[in-house]
Design a protein around this ligand. Sequence first.
Ligand code: 3MF
Ligand code: MG
Length: 365
Amino acid sequence: MSELTEYRFSFGPWNISEGADPFGPEVRSPYSLEEKLDWYRPLGFEGVQFHDDDVVEGLNDLEHLQIMKRAREVGHALRDRGLTPEFVAPRLWFDPRTIDGGYTSNDAAQRKYALDRSIKAVDVAREVGTPNIVLWLAREGSYIRESKDAKTAYQRILDAVNLLLEYDEEIQVWIEPKPNEPMDHAYVPTIGHALALAYQSVDPARVSGLIETAHAVLAGLDPSDEMAFALAHDKLASVHLNDQNGLKFDQDKSFGAANLRSAYNQVRVLERSGYGRRGEFIGLDVKAMRTQSQESSTAHLSNSRALFLHLLDKVRSADQQLEQELIAARDYEALEAYTLCLLLGVPTDASSPRVETPATAVQHA
Ligand code: 3MF
Ligand code: MG
């Protein structure tokens, strides 16, 4: 085995938030972008993920030169702090013109707005210093099935991806699938859908995927298997590690907070596939609980990163030969017991792994 991967971590400035939810307003005061950038290195992060308007606030109301000037300033602010821009994503879901979708709106003028705004995001990305464009297709879906022609919608999403690829031959497009929220159903719900679009595009080599844990769980799928699918196609460009407690609103919980074993398996598939060796980031998309004070509103970031590294230790210390022997013997109970003991940090008999009763257990008569 060659040298161990040194993982690099990233998150987006929206991950340091003020605690608003659909039922209540902000409970913490905002930090400026520059103040947030100051947090990155001390928290152990090197990569910065952006929406286009995280870089240039209010860009819809600015002229091209003003947009470029601000993007250049942010590029300098990154370099001054030793930070790398990982990607820029057009925020297509906020403007009144995208109420019923961006690329898939039924209104031609509104589709044009979405395409123009996406082109602006490419310009911002290039100026801030990254060729990577993320498409989270938030409102490309329907509230009711009859409201849009789904087949036409798929073609429109493909046309939009192609337009971006043709606008700038250097950019990479990373599609971040999500099955629902804000829409009832989204048109690109899984990585399989995203990669089908990639292969159909005018330049498949430049289209890949970004997988978010919570989005895979919301689709009823196993996040590590979703990652494995993309890795098998060499199309896992980035990840949004977080966690999700069942089928409800997108929670963006700290990594590992709802399902430690699933988190272990995500780290395991990334590590064993050599993810990160070409500089891919371990990206987070995590939300501070609304109950957090101002002072502790970045703890979810350092906790998630640290948890990844703890699980990485587990993955690296796992006895792969034993795992192979148990698989060959088809003793999956033993393999499961071995995995659980590894996660708990309790010893188990390597010749026949099982979960031992703890010595401290109260013995009932
Ligand atoms: C929504 C998301 C988004 C994307 C972001 C970058 C607000 O569920 O996950 O975060 O990650 O827009 O693509
Ligand atoms: Mg995300």
